[in-house]
Write a protein that binds this ligand. Structure first.
Ligand code: GTP
Length: 774
């Protein structure tokens, strides 16, 4: 930045005619603050004052305004505090505060020729007011320490970016504002959290990042650039050093090393490492810590400056390249440069600041108007009814749009994959199905209508992955024997149908319930999405959709009402799909007979009490792991072979009296053809099951789910919400809007907005007059 060649000749704000002589640069520059001010300097001064006030106001109100500011940064003990003291022209001992800098310090130095003793005042925390002047310099350090302690205690952190603002009016300081920052450290101090170095680094980075800030980077002269610890951190913030001023501190420590001119010139050029265009300042300050008067202290500063220049001229063979480097050697040069640089930035930034202030003023006025109408509206039932209805209707429209297919808000952020839907809804896998069901698009983040459709697909996949479950011989016997007993037929067909119906009922019913719950979850999520859409697309077809910000009670009621609606719809839909299931599995349903199912060799006419006892109790088709699935509750636990034997005994009129042992009966019933009957029934049952499932899934359920969920969401949602929220007496309706303390909050918000408005207006007026006097 200003260290570039082109800027080397920038005149200082107060010394248009002065040239820094090798022997007395600092003293000359020191004196000019005490001379009468020219008209241009009074403009600079009022500009400086205007920026200072804006800066304190910005700090007090948390306004982020791009005011030109200087931020001093560097490693611990690199001399920042000493430099600040030198700039102020008196010692205030900040560097002896034991804890070190843990909060940024905004030091507003105001050159006031009438203030022969420094007048320091601290800005109150969270206010733009300044406290009473502090005279004792030790009291300044104490105030900084106690404020730092109090805030860190509150925030429970080791550092805080909330600045302390100190204004110092003094006849011997320049008009300059500098933000002092905690020094970078490699290791935390004893008793401090280990993360302190990182916290300091990230805090300083965030303080130095706004492009309106000038960075004043200090590094001790004893450190070579190639081994600089913090240069890279600064380079990360400002890669080309466009807005960075580099200061080599404690220059006195290096001086003794130079004997030849080339050595000094090479060192002063810092070339090779910082680049040709970067010219650091070389500064040394008094190292004596003895208590001296302020006058004496300033004399020492000037003396060090003169001593350095004299040393370079007289003690180095051939001196040094004065033309090139003199303007960058000594504290006085740095101070004048900083002052003029800041003034230059202030001048450049004035039009933009003025424009920004005008914009902020109108924004805050608009906010204040909204706040006024909000406060007024808190008691206006008609207004609240109107705007809340408008809001609810807008939410319903957004829900409808999301169901019909929308890609806003961002699906990547708001959508869910099938896995996420499953885990978040608390419904992991489909009941009774072990295999992982992955519908098409399961890895995509979907919501609304798309997610709904995907769940329907998933349900179909789940339903088709169910096979007709295994039926034990006992159960089968119980069914068959009952049928053969009634009509004299073999009962195979009836048994197969009955088995299929019972299986369909017990296996498909939980799947239907799960599908309904999953779909309800998808629809329930739409509320948040609709709110998000509503917030961003605040206007619906050009009409304002009701600003209901802050009405927490209403928002909660609206959400609750929406959730209830979805719950009711899901309950209703569950009933409907259950009815469909009941209907396809009812004894009157012809679904199983609609197909041309071949009943095979073991048909009704051939049935003659087959002995199933030797056959393995495994159905021909069953991919489910769940064995011996219950088809009807409380079935007898006899084995089919036993039942069959009993049946035979009954047939011979010998059921009670026969006395034949079970084993004998079993032996007598071994036959070659009977095994196939069990398999045949299982196979037939599987076919019927598949048929029932197909009819259920394809013909009725998919349509029922759409009609049961989506149609009400499109057509009935607003009516339901309306009845629930607005179909009540005013008194009850107002319950949603009168939260204890809510109106007080609105009033206090209004009060702070009013203060902000006042402050912005006064800054605006000030800047307007500064701008016109340019
Ligand atoms: N020799 C010499 N010593 C200096 C100079 N400037 C400062 N010092 C000394 O260096 C030490 C550290 O200086 P500070 O100003 O406290 O450094 P700092 O960067 O503020 O350190 P922290 O606040 O701990 O980050 C003090 O003892 C100063 O007296 C200088 O130009 N020359």
């Amino acid at each position: 930045m200003a260290t570039c060649d082109a800027l080397l000749k920038t005149p200082t704000a107060y010394s248009t005619n002065h040239t820094i002589s090798s022997s007395s640069s600092s003293s000359v520059s020191m004196k000019h603050h005490e001379t009468t001010e020219s008209p241009s300097s009074s403009t600079s001064k009022s500009r400086f004052e205007a920026y200072n006030r804006l800066q304190s106001a910005a700090v007090a109100f948390g306004e982020k305004l791009p005011i030109p500011e200087i931020v001093a940064l560097g490693g611990q003990s690199d001399g920042k505090s000493s430099l600040l003291e030198a700039l102020l022209g008196f010692r205030f001992n900040v560097r002896e505060v034991e804890m070190g800098t843990r909060r940024p310090l905004i030091l507003q130095m105001v050159h006031d020729p009438t203030a022969l003793d420094p007048r320091c005042r601290f800005q109150e925390e969270d206010s733009e007011e300044y406290g009473n002047p502090i005279v004792l310099s030790s009291a300044i350090a104490d105030t900084i320490k106690s404020r730092t302690d109090a805030l860190l205690e509150k925030t429970k952190t080791a550092v805080s970016s909330k600045p302390i603002v100190m204004r110092a009016e003094y006849a011997h300081c320049p008009n300059l504002t500098i933000i002092d920052t905690p020094g970078f450290v490699l290791k935390a101090k004893k008793g401090e959290p280990e993360s302190t170095p990182e916290e300091i680094l990230s805090m300083v980075i965030s303080l130095a990042s706004p492009p309106n800030r000038i960075l004043l980077f200090l590094q001790q002269s004893s450190v070579e650039w190639c081994s600089s610890l913090w240069l890279d951190a600064v380079r990360d913030i400002d890669p080309t050093f466009r807005r960075t001023l580099i200061v080599v501190s404690k220059f006195d420590n290096r001086l003794k090393e130079f004997t030849e001119r080339w050595e000094v010139d090479r060192y002063l050029s810092a070339s090779g490492y910082l680049g040709e265009k970067i010219h650091p300042f070389f500064v040394a300050l008094p190292k004596e810590r003895t208590a001296v008067s302020n006058d004496e202290y300033r004399k020492q500063i000037s003396q060090v400056d003169s001593d350095i220049l004299r040393h370079l001229k007289e003690n180095v063979k051939g001196g040094y390249d004065e033309e090139k480097y003199k303007s960058h050697i000594g504290f006085g040069c740095l101070r004048d440069y900083l002052e003029s640089e800041l003034q230059k930035k202030y001048k450049e930034a004035t039009p933009a600041t003025l424009a920004l202030l005008e914009q902020r003023c109108s924004e805050v006025t608009a906010q204040l108007n909204i706040m006024d109408s909000k406060i007024q509206a808190t008691s206006d039932v008609a207004y609240l009814r109107r705007s809340s209805m408008l809001f609810a209707s807008s939410i319903c429209n957004h829900v409808g749009a999301l169901i019909d297919g929308a890609a806003y808000p961002d699906p990547e952020q708001w959508g869910r994959t099938t896995e996420e839907e499953k885990s978040e809804s608390g419904m992991g896998s489909w009941p009774g199905i072990i295999s992982d069901i992955k519908p098409p698009n399961s890895t995509l983040r979907l919501y609304g209508g798309a997610a709904f459709e995907r769940v329907v697909h998933e349900f179909r996949y789940a339903a088709y992955s169910v096979e007709c479950p295994t039926v034990s011989r006992d159960k089968m016997a119980n069914i068959i024997l009952a049928h053969t007993g009634g009509g004299g037929g073999s009962g195979i067909a009836e048994a197969a149908v009955e088995i299929a119906r019972a299986a369909a009922k017990s296996w498909l019913a939980p799947l239907l319930d799960t599908a309904c719950e999953r779909l309800a979850f998808v629809l329930r999520n739409l509320f948040d999405l609709a709110m998000e859409r509503n917030q961003d697309l605040h206007f619906d077809h050009g009409k304002r959709t009701g600003d209901m910000d802050g009405y927490v009670g209403f928002h909660a009621a609206l959400r609750r009402s929406y959730n209830c609606f979805i719950k009711d719809v899901a309950k209703e839909c569950k009933k409907v799909v259950r009815q469909h299931l009941d209907s396809v599995t009812s004894p009157y349903s012809q679904v199983c007979y609609e197909t041309d199912v071949s009943f095979g060799p073991g048909s009704k006419s051939n049935f003659s009490c087959p002995d199933l006892s030797d056959q393995e109790n495994v159905p021909p088709v069953n991919s489910n792991k769940k064995e011996d699935q219950e088809t009807t509750a409380g079935e007898a636990s006899l084995t089919l072979s036993e039942t069959q034997s009993l049946h035979q005994a009954k047939e011979h009129g010998n059921f009670i009296e026969s006395g034949a042992s079970k084993s004998k009966l079993l032996d007598s019933q071994k036959g070659s053809q009977v095994g196939s009957v069990y398999s045949e029934i299982c196979s037939l049952a599987a076919q019927h099951f598949a048929r029932i499932r197909e009819v259920l899934v394809e013909r009725s359920v998919t349509t029922a789910l759409n009609a049961g969920f989506l149609t009400p969401c499109r057509d009935r949602l607003m009516v339901a919400l309306g009845q629930d929220l607005f179909g009540v007496k005013d008194e009850k309706f107002m319950d949603m809007f009168v939260a204890p303390g809510a109106i007080d909050i609105l009033h206090s918000e209004r009060e702070s907005l009013q203060k902000l408005q006042k402050m912005l207006h006064s800054c605006l007026t000030e800047f307007k007059s500064v701008a016109t006097s340019l």
